[in-house]
Design a protein. Structure first.
Lengths: 445, 445
């Protein structure tokens, strides 16, 4: 079977009862982490502007805007929640492709599930299969597709959202192939946008356009049935590499969600090892900024490529600055969302230390590693090599750590008691009778 | 100035009063032709399905759905009208890039103009500048971008819609650059979709997403300010060729809309010369199908590449079949929208003649030419070389021919007297006080 047909078949064939326990568990962790990020950023200016733009003209209040009181039609709700879930750049990562898997799929599926009163097990199944479709398409085109400049979470995410929603809507196989085709022809998102509100916009668009693809296919809108593999289809037009076997091999027996990872720090994952090393050295030696002459980082090439902003002017830009993040790690011991506020980026003490951080590519170093060297004014040099940063596949965040992250993100947005109930509900996602009750818990009443 | 900044500056600098008379005139012809196509396809299954999908959840009735009674929020109205305007594949063509210029720009601008009660001269100005932005971006990346598989009307059209709407909304230059950036990162549409409902979907998406880009920028949503020319921006990611001079050279002194062309036949423009030649030979010799042994076409390579469907099964596929279109030209003397109905494609007489049509690439032949040879059962051979097909730049459709085409398209959709008033209004577009009155004339009351 060709790629498009295989994925359409899989999306309708995948059964909750047959999913490995580990996969079901990881889906719960993925959902909790995603939901915390979406609730957490629900008052961010990006979310406010996005909401203001559509609320004047959005339709029925079919679905929840997470963390808020407003309701929107389900397409716009999926869009809003997709944007807020990625705004902090604190969501999950499929390390093999740098896809943030949950954003497009969960945002689309939750809006639809709320409207359809979907059961928890069907929702978990849709989440797993949507992420599978998304990540396998990513695997097929990575790294060429990413290297040329596509924001792969947007471009691959739209397929995952379409597959998950198509399954919840009960499409037949032909309509599912069409839904994937309608998704393919909306696939978009440029890496040039990193550091602007458009990065999270891509995630919202993938959720919205994927959901919309499934809704159109349900009504009989036609497309190509070979959208992935055709000579002028997604694979060949958006990438110089398209390895169809990455899509079909082991489909339905291995699950990409098993390889999902979660961020302890609210910024680009490639700079996590630098943050961890700098924070650890500062802690061990109880360093203060005025002791430090300079900080030298030996890093993977992607660090400078993705997060090399020398003088960030906003919190959003700070997320793409290994210099700012490292300075925060030393000054505050971490780099959570608070450390990427505009005011922190512009604080004189932070800026002064930021200027003393230097980064160079270290030959042969891996993406989850960093070589951190702090030279003190006293002349002594402190050194730490980070082998495997927390949040990597080898050092995953524990359930308790994920829950703490979730609580921290929701605090101040939702009432404390509601946060507790929401967290409990997330761990019981697969057992819920109606996703609508979860959506209600995740909004202001 | 770089491409993005130059286009943003131009979009705010362009003045109706300073446009050449010829350009203003061509804008009126472009609008009339576009409106006829949109009204004509307003009951087509593609439009019906699209409307059904959004009408359940669309918001306020801010803007007209052309040719119908329904009203939608302006983003969905732009989308619907974009789809219907391209559904017959009967709209305009910028021959240098094969962009269909009006669809994305006019669909977006009219929906917004209706809501804003825009004056005619501001609307015409927005139409001209939007098409300028769209076609210049097309010029910069054509042919590589098109050859690899992008549907350039979708990918370039979104910029034109953003620029036109940004101007109508009164964005400042920075917001206009953001609007172009937000558009860039939504740029999409694959040629693999040709022959399915997704082809017209691309035009609707370009209109919708371009308009939405301008609305987001108006509210303060941020983007890159170098979306076109940056290393990971539109030009380099979506094309191997990006000639920035095509964007900046002569900007504001020459107008691409001057080179717009209109189709006498309701299908891919590359097969028009074949249709014209076959129809002319059939007319001259009063041919009937049973006299004909075979038809041999010598054509430009794009004919087989774009319109080589050997056995079309639907009307939509028929538009991409030089065989079907040529058979119709012989049997019916033309290839209007009627000849691309499903029933005509499946008619035994049409299918039988279609099978006797053969096409081969003729070395050195130009896109607006065809070599038509009809071999009769009697043994005699009729031959005609079409030098310049009607509808080409050298043989443009006259105002009267455009008006006849418009009336034919609107007939049966809108009442006759309304069609007359609408046609008059189109010729006076630049003098109108409020575009809302035109939108009202183009809908069922």
């Amino acid at each position: 079977m060709s790629a498009t047909a295989a994925l359409a078949h899989f999306a309708l064939d995948c059964q909750y009862d047959k999913l490995p326990a580990r996969t079901v568990k990881e889906a719960h962790r993925t959902f909790l982490n995603w939901l915390g990020c979406a609730v957490g950023a629900s008052r961010h200016p990006s979310t406010e502007i996005a909401l203001r733009t559509v609320s004047a003209r959005a339709g029925l209040g079919e679905a929840a805007v997470l963390g808020r009181r407003e309701r929107l039609d389900l397409v716009n709700a999926a869009w809003l929640n997709g944007i807020s879930s990625h705004t902090f750049d604190f969501d999950d990562t499929h390390l093999k492709t740098i896809i943030h898997p949950a954003g497009p799929v969960a945002s689309a599926a939750l809006a639809l599930a709320e409207k359809l009163h979907t059961r928890g097990e069907d929702f978990v199944n849709a989440l797993v299969l949507g992420i599978e479709v998304e990540c396998r398409i990513g695997n097929a085109v990575y790294p060429d597709h990413y290297d040329v400049g596509w924001h792969i979470t947007g471009t691959a995410g739209v397929f995952g959202a379409a597959a998950a929603c198509g399954r919840l809507l009960g499409l037949d196989e032909k309509a599912m192939r069409y839904a994937l085709g309608i998704a393919a022809t909306q696939s978009s998102g440029l890496r040039e946008m990193f550091g602007s509100m458009c990065k999270a916009f891509h995630v919202g668009n993938a959720a919205k356009n994927g959901l919309f693809s499934a809704l159109l296919a349900e009504q009989g809108f036609t497309s190509s049935e070979r959208a992935l593999e055709a000579p002028r289809g997604f694979g060949h037009v958006l990438s110089t590499k398209f390895d169809e076997a990455e899509i079909t091999r082991g489909l339905g027996s291995t699950y990409e969600i098993d390889r999902n990872t979660y961020k302890p720090y609210a910024c680009g994952i490639v700079i996590h090892p630098s943050i961890e090393g700098a924070a650890e050295l500062a802690r061990r030696h109880a360093l203060s900024a005025d002791q430090i002459e300079r900080v030298d980082l030996g890093v993977h090439p992607l660090v400078l490529e993705l997060c090399g902003k020398r003088s960030p002017a906003t919190g959003l830009e700070g997320k793409f600055s290994v210099y700012h993040a490292t300075a925060c790690a030393i000054l505050y011991g971490t780099a959570g969302e608070r450390e990427f506020a505009d005011a922190v980026v512009k604080a004189p003490g932070v800026m002064a230390l930021c200027r003393r951080v230097h980064a160079e590519v270290s030959p042969g170093i891996l993406e989850h590693q960093a070589d951190v060297r702090i030279t003190l004014k006293s002349g002594s040099v402190l050194h730490l090599f980070v082998e495997k940063a927390k949040g990597s596949l080898e050092q995953p965040m524990s359930d308790a750590e994920l829950e703490t992250k979730f609580r921290t993100l929701c605090r101040g947005v939702l009432p404390e008691t509601q946060v507790e109930r929401l967290s409990e509900a997330c761990w019981k996602l697969g057992k819920m009778d109606d996703l609508g009750s979860l959506a209600a818990l995740a909004t202001l009443q």
